[in-house]
Each structure stands twice: as structure tokens, then as C-alpha cells.
Design a protein around this ligand. Structure first.
Ligand SMILES: [Ca+2]
Ligand SMILES: [Ca+2]
Length: 419
């Protein structure tokens, strides 16, 4: 009564209008204690989902959800958190996402061990509000010898959906029908869990049963994930009430992503620098590159080539288009005489896909730059890029100016070598 009075007063714009929700709670606790209203200031379990004397078929698989608990808080002290008391190991309790804006919070009870038929299971669940007020409930269920009639709960439901990675947002991937419980007043309601890339649109197909359509929310990528594990949860599902009084049932769904040709080749072997052995002769193997199609579902064959790139050195090498082996084709002495200042030789190698299906998208390619270091040049060591350096120095230049110029040339030369 006092609560109603205070609440009404605050709405009317009186003194309490400026009180925060938190202050109101404190006031309630102070003013109302030890009135029975204080009891209402702790969270309350939903009386329609108390998990007492529930029957659960013993074929409930480990990891499956057997019950949905609900609780609310009369002082709106959300979020609420559910925990199982003690070291209970047969089931666990998982609080679902709950924020301070919720008006009810939920938790799943999940089987963690194989159930023994005809055994009773007893445990306690606590629920605590944001500021620590808590309530508990003694839970019990009995495992029965029954077999879950999945075909009656989810008639004709698919276990596997296949979707191309080309499929666009809002594509319907398939649907699941769930039957409601004839002993309950409410129809079945569906939820989809497992990935934020999918959603579920549901509609009632009669007073009790519902159809849920799985809809793609964002384009899939085979190269990132090939299979998505989803679960359709049915609240208030059909059960054979003599042996099963669970208030939730889950249907697992696998979404298999079909690969499309949308990724170029990727080099898996491409040594960035190779020192040319002075004993190399025409025909000798210099190095090998390897590339694979980035599309792993149905990869295309790869062919290798050297891109001339305007480099005079491209003609000194040959690459086996199938194996990626790079061979020397002209004497090493010609390379040395042609190379300026013993700089590394840069070669661009391409890996191209082979398209064999007229229906498929065009072939893609990737390139890699390889540095070949002629004999006598050590990667990373400074060398002079010219036989002589000239600089003009003003008369009476400060000490150190010329040596700085030389240092700069050496540094520049080193950077060129590393490039
Ligand atoms: Ca490809
Ligand atoms: Ca692909």
C-alpha cells in the first residue's frame, strides 16, 4: 500500500519525482521494513517455470538444454545472475544475456553428465540482483526411461542446410516446424542460437505450432568458416507428459558453406632473398615457389610464370609452369657483368589459376617479388654504389661535414640493397 502511495506521489510531480530509482529502492527498504513488502524486494522465480518434479528422458544428450528458468525483480534491480549452488556436476546453469533494461531474465539448465534412468536429481539455484539481493529455489527432476520423440517435436526438420558463400543477406536457408504442448495455454515459441550471421523468422501455423525460417543476416565466407553450428530452441514444445515435462527442446542444425571462386592464389613458398651460388650453371635449379588457390573447397590448378617487368634479368631465368622451379638458363658471368654495382636482381613471379569450368568466374592471379643476390654481394652489408663520389665543400666548412656526406651515401646504398 505504502509502495503504491509513494509511487503515485512521485508520478504526480511531488517531492519524490526527483528521486532516482535507486533512492526509491532504499526508501522502500527503510520505510517498509519490516513490512511484508520487504520480501518482495528480492528477485522472484517465475512460478510457471520452477523446475520441480520435472520429468526428463534419460536420452537427453550431454550439453543439451533441459529447462529454461525465469526470474524477475520487483525493484527492477537488473541484471539478474543465476548460479547453481555448491559443486553440483550433473547439470549447470547458464544465465542468458540480461541487461539493466530487462524486465525478466532467463537461464538455461544444461545436462553435463549422462542421466541415469529413474534417478532423482536435486540441486539448488540462486538468483541474485545487481545490488546483491538474492533468492533461491530447490530444483528436482527425475530421469525417465522414455525416448525423446524428436519427430513429433520438430516434424520433418532438416539437420543440414547448404548455402553458397555467394548467397546474399536475407536469403531464406530453410525452415523448421516445432509443435506446441497441448497441455499448455501458450503456443510454442522459437529461438535461434549459435551465430549472429543468422536469424529466425517465426510464424504460428495454427494455435499451438510454429514455423521458423532461418535467414541469412550477412554474407558467409568459406575461407573464414566452412560450417556453422546452430540450435533452434522451442519453448513450450510438444512433450509426452507422462515421461517428459521439460519446458524447452533444442534442434541442432548444421549450416554448410559452399565454396565459390572468389579468392586468388596464395603463395605458400616464395623465398624473399636467394644468394646465387657461384657454381650455378645454366639449367641448374635456383629456387622453387609454390602457391595454392585461396579457394580451398574446390581449388583450381596453378600455373607459374615470370613477368618480364622490363627487367633485363627475366631472360636469364626460366620457371617450370607446373612445379614452380626456377632454373638458370644463361651463364652466371653474364648476370654479374650486367648487374649494376652488384645490386640484387628482382624477379616478379606470377601464380595463375586454371579455369576449366565455363560457368565459373574468371581465373585470378597473384604475384610475388623475389630478390636474387649475385655472388660476392652479401645481403644486408653496406656497399658503395659508385666508384667515386664528388662533393663541393665551402672554404672553412665546419669539421665533420664531408664525413656526414659519406655516411649518408653509405646509408642510402644499404637501403637500396635491402629493397
Ligand atoms: Ca580462386
Ligand atoms: Ca571461396
Amino acid at each position: 500500500m505504502l509502495f503504491i502511495l509513494l509511487f503515485g506521489w512521485s508520478r504526480a510531480g511531488g517531492l519524490f519525482h526527483r528521486l532516482s530509482q535507486c533512492a526509491m529502492r532504499s526508501l522502500l527498504l527503510v520505510c517498509c521494513s519490516p513490512l511484508p513488502l520487504l520480501v518482495a524486494a528480492v528477485p522472484r522465480f517465475d512460478s510457471t517455470a520452477l523446475l520441480r518434479n520435472v520429468l526428463v528422458p534419460a536420452d537427453a544428450s550431454v550439453g543439451s538444454i533441459i529447462y529454461r528458468l525465469r526470474a524477475s525483480d520487483p525493484t527492477f534491480d537488473y541484471p539478474l545472475k543465476f548460479t547453481i549452488r555448491g559443486e553440483y556436476t550433473t547439470v549447470s546453469v547458464e544465465t542468458l544475456n540480461c541487461t539493466r533494461f530487462n524486465s525478466v531474465c532467463h537461464a538455461n539448465v544444461i545436462v553435463r553428465k549422462k542421466l541415469d534412468p529413474l534417478r532423482f536429481y536435486d540441486f539448488t539455484v540462486d538468483v541474485k540482483s545487481f545490488n546483491g539481493a538474492s533468492a533461491s529455489i530447490n530444483c528436482s527432476f527425475r530421469a525417465t526411461n522414455a525416448t525423446t520423440p524428436w519427430g513429433d517435436i520438430f516434424p520433418g526438420a532438416p539437420t543440414l542446410l547448404m548455402v553458397s558463400e555467394k548467397s546474399r543477406r536475407n536469403t531464406d536457408l530453410g525452415s523448421v516446424i516445432a509443435r506446441g504442448n497441448p497441455t499448455l495455454p501458450d503456443p510454442v515459441t522459437l529461438e535461434l542460437w549459435g551465430s549472429i550471421q543468422f536469424s529466425l523468422h517465426q510464424r504460428l501455423i495454427n494455435l499451438r505450432d510454429a514455423e521458423g525460417t532461418i535467414v541469412l543476416l550477412s554474407q558467409l565466407d568459406y575461407e573464414i568458416k566452412t560450417v556453422h553450428h546452430l540450435t533452434v530452441l522451442a519453448n513450450n514444445p510438444y512433450t509426452e507428459t507422462k515421461t517428459d515435462t521439460r519446458n524447452i527442446a533444442g534442434w541442432p542444425l548444421l549450416v554448410v558453406v559452399l565454396d565459390e571462386q572468389d579468392t586468388p592464389p596464395i603463395f605458400t613458398l616464395a623465398p624473399p632473398t636467394t644468394v646465387l651460388n657461384p657454381s650455378l650453371k645454366p639449367g641448374d635449379l635456383v629456387l622453387q615457389v609454390k602457391a595454392e588457390d585461396g579457394d580451398r573447397g574446390k581449388p583450381r590448378k596453378i600455373r607459374y610464370g615470370i613477368i618480364p617487368d622490363g627487367s633485363p634479368f627475366a631472360a636469364f631465368f626460366q620457371i617450370d609452369e607446373e612445379t614452380g622451379e626456377l632454373h638458370l638458363v644463361r651463364p652466371l658471368s653474364e648476370i654479374i657483368s650486367l648487374s649494376h654495382s652488384n645490386q640484387p636482381i628482382l624477379l616478379t613471379v606470377v601464380a595463375e589459376e586454371v579455369r576449366e569450368d565455363p560457368e565459373e568466374p574468371p581465373a585470378q592471379s597473384s604475384t610475388v617479388r623475389l630478390a636474387l643476390i649475385p655472388p660476392g654481394v652479401t645481403a644486408g652489408s653496406p656497399t658503395f654504389g659508385s666508384t667515386e663520389y664528388n662533393a663541393l665543400l665551402d672554404e672553412n666548412s665546419p669539421t665533420g661535414r664531408f664525413s656526414n656526406y659519406l655516411k649518408l651515401m653509405l646509408e642510402l646504398n644499404q637501403e637500396m640493397l635491402l629493397l
